[in-house]
Ligand binder design. Structure first.
Ligand code: SF4
Ligand code: SF4
Length: 56
């Protein structure tokens, strides 16, 4: 999974990732997925309101 620049930083994916692989820090332009933690469940992609998360 990859988060693109369409991200509006709503935080929904950060709160709902089952393995807490997504981070969003103050000053970040968009949320980031830590690929070493992500289990590719696809949940973040399904809940993102602006479809900013892509399968890659
Ligand atoms: S695909 Fe699943 S595990 Fe990976 S970042 Fe998204 S919600 Fe988290
Ligand atoms: S759910 Fe989508 S818009 Fe919201 S922080 Fe995650 S990637 Fe960005």
């Amino acid at each position: 999974m990859v988060i693109t620049d369409k991200c509006i930083k709503c935080g929904k994916c950060v709160e709902n990732c089952p393995v807490a692989a997504i981070s969003l820090c103050k000053g970040d332009k968009q949320a980031h997925i830590d690929k070493s933690i992500c289990i590719e469940c696809g949940y973040c992609k399904s809940i993102c309101p602006v479809n900013a998360i892509e399968d890659k």
